[in-house]
Write a new protein. Structure first.
Length: 215
């Protein structure tokens, strides 16, 4: 099961990816998480990526393409993977296709989540993430049981630096210009399943699962 979750920032890709990893026992490969980890660790990759991320811009293609190529070679991706936040440009999508072809694999499905711009801003401003396990919450739509603490591991919840309103607007523009063309790209490849991401989390979850089980 080699999958992509496609959609603008805040569409619910990470939320659904976490459910799918449990359901199918395959890893979530989230380039944003990998890059934030590198920034946190202060590695050369992190130093290169930080300025782009803080500005709401995409990290250069060659950097993220390299990260994903390495990641997909790891043992835990053998039975499948859920790409979340990659690809974000046509160049990344082309590179993914050729990397998979070299491995004798190809994508099974691209699930695209559609959400209105106003709802995206509301979701991103209210998003909180666990520092320890990475689980996502929302102050209104998916609040933690104890304020500021993760339900799963008790870790501290934080607000991402790029989830502030000016950066969010920039990220949405970048999505429209550089990533939205992938919807037609994967539609033409007959891999696309478009779902209404405006519905409640469990409803979207059911629809994602039934789209994937539809064969
Ligand atoms: P993405 O990974 O696409 O950027 P997330 O999965 O992190 O998006 O979701 C963004 C925010 O919106 C999170 O705070 C999450 O709890 C919330 N969220 C996700 N899906 C829904 C939904 N269907 N309805 C309402 N809020 C949602
Ligand atoms: P995300 O966690 O998916 O919202 O990504 C956060 C930030 O990481 C983005 O705004 C980009 O700066 C960077 N990023 C994540 N994935 C990619 C990608 N596939 N291509 C380029 N930049 C990326």
């Amino acid at each position: 099961m080699d999958l992509i979750l496609l959609g603008p920032p805040g569409a619910g890709k990470g939320t659904q990816a976490k459910m799918l990893t449990e359901h199918f026992g395959i890893p979530q490969v989230a380039t944003g998480d990998i890059l934030r980890g590198a920034v946190q660790a202060g590695s050369a990759l992190g130093l290169k990526a930080k300025g782009f991320m803080d500005a709401g811009l995409l990290v250069p293609d060659e950097v993220v393409i390299g990260i994903v190529r390495e990641r997909l070679l790891q043992e835990d991706c053998r039975a499948g993977f859920i790409l979340d936040g990659f690809p974000r440009t046509v160049a990344q999508a082309d590179a993914l296709q050729s990397n998979l072809a070299e491995l004798g694999r190809r994508l099974d499905r691209v699930v695209s989540l559609t959400v209105d711009a106003d709802a995206l801003v509301e979701r991103l401003t209210g998003r909180r993430t666990c520092r320890s396990c990475g689980r996502g919450f929302h102050l209104t739509f998916d609040p933690p049981m104890v304020a500021g603490r993760c339900d799963a591991c008790g870790g501290e919840l934080y607000q991402r630096d790029d989830d502030r309103e000016e950066t969010i607007r920039k990220r949405l523009t970048v999505y429209a210009q550089q990533t939205a063309p992938l919807i037609d790209y994967y539609r033409s490849a007959k891999l696309l399943v478009e779902l209404d991401g405006m519905q409640a989390i469990p409803v979207v979850q059911e629809q994602v699962l039934s789209a994937l089980q539809a064969g």
